[in-house]
Design a protein around this ligand. Sequence first.
Ligand code: ATP
Ligand code: ZN
Length: 713
Amino acid sequence: MAGIKSLAVRGIRSFGPEECDEQRISFEKPLTLILGQNGCGKTTIIECLRYAITGQMPPGSRNECFVHDAKVNRSTEVMGQVKLKIVNAKDKQLEVSRSMRVTAYQNKKPKFQTLDSFLSVVDDNGKTKDISSRCADLDVVMHEEIGVPKAILNSVIFCHQEDASWPLDEGKKVKERFDEIFDADKYSDCFDRLRKIRKEYATNIKLLEQGVAHLTEKKEELDKKKLDLVNTETRISEAELKISELSHELKPLTEKINAIETLQKNLLAFESKRDKIKTRLEQNKNVEKDLKGSIQSIYEGSLKELQENIANYGATAKAKQAELEDSYKKNFSFNKEEERIANEKTSNEVKYNKLILLESQNQDKIDKRNVMIVETGKLAEIELDKIETNDEAVNGINAINKKIEELQNKLKEQKAASDLEEKEYQKHVDDCRDALSRHKQKISNKESEIQTTRKEIAKIQKQINEANKSKQKLEALDEKLKTAEADYEKAVSELNPEECQAEINRDEKLMEENENELEELSEKVTKLQKQSAQLKEKDIIEESFKQKDKQLNVLKNKHRTAITELLGHMPEKNFAIAINKIDCEIRNELESMNKKITEKQKEEEQNVLQSSMFIITKYKGQIKDNNCCPLCNRGFDNETEVTDLISQLTTQVLNVPAQLEKVTEELQKTSAKKDDLLSLRSLNDKITSLKETEIPELEKKLEDLDKVGSLKK
Ligand SMILES: Nc1ncnc2c1ncn2[C@@H]1O[C@H](COP(=O)(O)OP(=O)(O)OP(=O)(O)O)[C@@H](O)[C@H]1O
Ligand SMILES: [Zn+2]
């Protein structure tokens, strides 16, 4: 907890300005009570504490009154100083010193001046730091160091006694004080600011949300495009895969077809061979038959020939037998061959059937492939007529591959383009953000414009409404005018002029009377108005009178003890006269007292003189009798020394009364003056304040009241 350690005061209010006048008070924990008679300076101590901490003068009087009056010391310049030692909430030691000066030349207004102030702070390391009012706002630094708000110091802790009734003040003022004490303005400011910031943020968020929605739309579009791209890419790759598969499947099929073709050729060759061999076999069989037949036939040749033949027969038979065996063998081999060929033929036929099946399958696959090529061509947007031959298929595949390459190239281009686009979009987004911030500012400007225009519109609307109202009134009046005109015409047609004239005369008379009455009434009204104004004034004056009355009561209560002490009772009226009377009485008393004092002093002097003379005569006797100094027991060389000392002493003793008289006279004069002044000082103060401010005010109030009374009457 923060606390006050000690206070040193000089040159403030009744505390004197000299070094020896300096008053020191050390404060105790947890409480220090200050007791003393009225006017002894209790309030001054509180004022000094407050001044040292907040730099604020006591309320209600001029600054120079705070400093010790220069007239008391008959000087032209008085210095005041307050030194205060405090310990703040963090146990730091602070020392404040504030000085001021009042210069008062004769017949001139006294001049008040605050001199340099210092604050020294002892920090945690024991180092002292000096701060002068020249380099910092000392009051602010003090409040920071002590940690107690200014309003609490002023209105609660060091609340001056003259200001102590503020909680009984008007509600509005009390509220203001409480707001200061609890710093309510800060809270409301804070709330206002928070509200403002929240509003700004809300608008910003709205704008940003709009931007985000826009950007998300764009992003969705881009995503869609990307998805499309990926889909087409996958489709292309699938088609490529299918094509490669199909070509892979096609290879063995074509190989098989080729093999089958060669086998067919071989088969044909074998068949033709077999046919040839068959015909030859038949020829040979026929030849054999012929030959068998011919053997039974008669030989028609020469015998010789026959004999020859018979002779040759063995050889020929043998040859023929060999030939036969040969042909048998050949036949056997042919048969075997035939069997083999037949076997081969059946196997070939099986193979052939298989191949035919395979061919049909292959054809199907080829058809499928062709259809697929056409389909992929369609997918790749290539116009392909019906594919029937292999070359056409290869061409189609090549075209598709080309298209794929093209598409890949396109894809790359598109990718590059989309990257570029994306960059552009990014740029665009950045621009948009910039624009967004600019627009926000513009929007806020525009909003304020809108508000002003709205206000104007409301104004104009009001004006229009008024105009409409007046228009309606005008129309009503027009109608009335018309009816009046009609009435008038009717009346004119109905009336005869003489009667009219008479009526008019009567009416004029009536009008005159009415006008007179009106004048009287208006006079009365002005009188009443004046009266009401006076009543209001009276109310105001009464209120101020009540306030002054309160102040008077406060003053009375404050000075009651002093006045009752002085006068013996509390007068209800004519304070100044009563006090003047007392002043005269006190003066007279003072004079008589002074006279008595001087008489007593003279008596005392005489007593002192007589006693001193007695002592000296005794001393002289002792010197003469003992021939040595009775005080220090010093011996004397001769008689003359003794007589010299005695004569010196006697002359000095004889001079003492005259000197004493002089000094005492001077002393008396000064002390009398001082007493006079001091005793008169407080009285004088009170009297002057009464004379200068309170009495004239009261008189004024009385006058006002008298006036009010007369007005009331
Ligand atoms: N400028 C001044 N020069 C010299 N003396 C002054 C000056 N101003 C006030 N005084 C004297 O200082 C004294 C004021 O003391 P203060 O009001 O502090 O006393 P107090 O103990 O609070 O009295 P109370 O009990 O009436 O409140 C009075 O005697 C007054 O005459
Ligand atoms: Zn001596």
